[in-house]
Write a protein that binds this ligand. Sequence first.
Ligand SMILES: Cc1cc2nc3c(=O)[nH]c(=O)nc-3n(C[C@H](O)[C@H](O)[C@H](O)COP(=O)(O)O)c2cc1C
Length: 167
Amino acid sequence: MPVRTEQSADYRTVMGNFPTGVVVVSGLADGTPVGLTVQSFMSLSLDPPMILLSVDRKSTSWPLIAATGKFAVNVMAADQQAVALTFAKSGTDKFAEMRWAPGTETGVPLIEGSHTWIEAQVADTFDGGDHVIITADVLSMQLAQDERSEPLVFFRSSFRQLGTPDL
Ligand SMILES: Cc1cc2nc3c(=O)[nH]c(=O)nc-3n(C[C@H](O)[C@H](O)[C@H](O)COP(=O)(O)O)c2cc1C
């Protein structure tokens, strides 16, 4: 059923009121680093450890990553807003100014300064409207060395940081 314009705007507004973290999904396409910014990322299974994300069918980077099946989730730190914006621009050389190191399990790019990193292997993909739902097995994970590191937050179309103490 087609979605009316105002319905679509309401949907964006309502979903924009659900705060999320921000990640960059990165991989290698014939040895060249590629990636895109994603907020639809979550933990799926504890045993075995699995993650879930969804990617727009219009993404140009995801099909390149999917062809290898291996990728990293770089959880953006509070000071990585510029990185998140860089990876949200399609058709640009997103890694031109990026410092990264290859992941130990897969060699995919782990972006320097991220809050946490996960290396993963695609397990399955499912249709999800105009998006593809991806489930993946966790191969490795790392916490930022700086224990004061805080995550970047996306809420009401803006980047935020956690500014308040625990409730
Ligand atoms: C905060 C934020 C969250 C985003 N979340 C998603 C997402 O969950 N899934 C998605 O496909 N695109 C998401 N995007 C949009 C992609 O990053 C954007 O379409 C990007 O240009 C795709 O690049 P590509 O064509 O190189 O794959 C998000 C963008 C921003 C700024």
